[in-house]
Design a protein around this ligand. Sequence first.
Ligand code: C5P
Length: 255
Amino acid sequence: MQKSLIVALDFAGREEVSGFLKHFDDEKLYVKVGMELFYQEGPRVVEALIAKGHDVFLDLKLHDIPHTVYQAMKGLGKLGVTMTNLHAAGGKEMMKAGLEGLMEGAAVVGSYGSVKGADGDDGDGACRPSLIAVTQLTSMSEERMRADLLIEGKLNDVVLHYARNAFECGLDGVVCSSLEASRLRDAFGAEFKKVTPGIRMKEDSVDDQIRVVTPLEARRFGATEIVVGRSITRAADPRKAYEAILQQWQGVEIG
Ligand code: C5P
């Protein structure tokens, strides 16, 4: 369970990451490296985190022509990350190409993080990192989807359709709002990952997130992994904040 609480390392550089991780002594975390950190530091920051025993969700949200995504994923697969992602909006051919590239890259190094899922060793030694799809960003509203993207229909239906495409392409799950998780669980089962950001404890600042839920609510809605950033990284005591969130995520109400 601990390895389904993902801490978003939304920092600008390695020094800030090291400063933050000092709060955790030797504890092995599941961390998210996003564009901010990766574009600043490159693959070495991922390699350094993995070398220290952390699991890494590499959140780069790839979206390009299938061949480019295939090549890029092949490279990411060699880093030993536990999970990575792409945009479902890139279409099914792109998702299939991404998955193929990731598998080929992972096969070269033959190892990845400690978190095993439905995508783990399937009996023939074909282990690989998890690959999940971004459906619609939580910053996208239904109005903007219509006006900017000319996509008619309900946002929830678009999310479900994109998730179905991801499922049919053999991906392991999606990034989604907790509020969409139960519908996706009904459609694609509990094993299909519903990785959800927008998590806050009741007393926390909401920051720029629009719809937030507590870790306990996320669990009840069917989230399989939660991604938590500022509630931990900006806490006065990050370790204490992490423990409190973990405890609630594990289903223990804190009095
Ligand atoms: O600080 P906070 O907990 O809001 O951070 C949430 C993390 O999840 C950030 O890294 C953010 O980029 C990411 N994220 C998100 N909403 C999405 C996809 C990713 O908040 N739809």
